[in-house]
Design a protein around this ligand. Structure first.
Ligand SMILES: N[C@@H](CCC(=O)N[C@@H](CS)C(=O)NCC(=O)O)C(=O)O
Length: 218
């Protein structure tokens, strides 16, 4: 078997999958998407229509979309973690994974992407709406997360793979704030998890690339 993983250490969705790979100690070749490795970009573009990353090549077969990659790892290369448990808990995990990707990660990405647009092509309305929606997402999570240590309760799951990078970066864009202690505590517990801490550390050298300016913390 050969697993080739294409991503970049500062990319939130790359981090989401690295958490699963590292937590399971799954061996893989890290195909870095940076200027030193143009061939990796070429290979990504050959398989992925929008060249979004991360991407996994499993014996040459492409697997794209971070959630699907983690599902694939669980099915084909299982490790000690069960990323999507069976039954009701599994459905909760899937729901939270969608919630973090669609309502936290996606809204977080809007102001970041907007900053990279050329002058005159910016979308102030869209940015303001995304920032407001981040607060709606935070309020929902504050009210609906359980009391367990992790996003879906007692077990570290796919929901935490999604929660960690999305809360990490979203808090840089719109601080979660002390009024949401449950959500803030989840972010802190996630950042203290050894594999999440490793993703944060490996992304650290690239913080100057953060278009809105990375805060001097975390
Ligand atoms: N839904 C995709 C999102 C992937 C995504 O947006 N990746 C970002 C990096 S974090 C990307 O490829 N950005 C490059 C671009 O938008 O051109 C997933 O879960 O894998």
């Amino acid at each position: 078997m050969s697993l080739d993983f294409f991503g970049h250490p500062f990319s939130s969705y790359t981090q989401k999958v690295l958490i699963a790979l590292w937590a399971d100690e799954t061996p893989f070749a890290y195909r870095m998407l940076d200027q030193e490795h143009p061939d990796n970009f070429e290979e990504l573009k050959r398989h992925s229509p929008f060249a979004l990353f991360p991407m996994l090549l499993d014996d040459g077969r492409p697997v794209i979309e971070s959630t699907v990659i983690i599902e694939h790892l669980q099915a084909q290369h299982p490790g000690k973690n069960r990323w999507i448990p069976d039954g009701e808990l599994g459905r909760r995990v899937r729901f939270l994974d969608r919630f973090f990707d669609l309502h936290v990660m996606s809204n977080m990405q809007v102001p970041v992407a907007d900053k990279l647009r050329p002058e005159g092509a910016r979308d102030d309305f869209g940015v303001a709406r995304a920032r407001e929606r981040l607060h709606v997402a935070y309020d929902w999570l504050e009210k609906n997360l359980g009391d367990g240590p992790w996003a879906a309760g007692e077990v570290f799951t796919l929901a935490d793979c999604a929660a960690a990078p999305s809360l990490f970066y979203a808090d840089w864009i719109e601080p979660i704030g002390p009024g949401r202690p449950r959500l803030l505590a989840l972010r802190e517990r996630l950042l203290a998890h050894p594999v999440v801490a490793r993703t944060v550390d490996e992304g650290r050298p690239y913080r100057s690339l953060f278009p809105l300016g990375a805060p001097d913390r975390d």
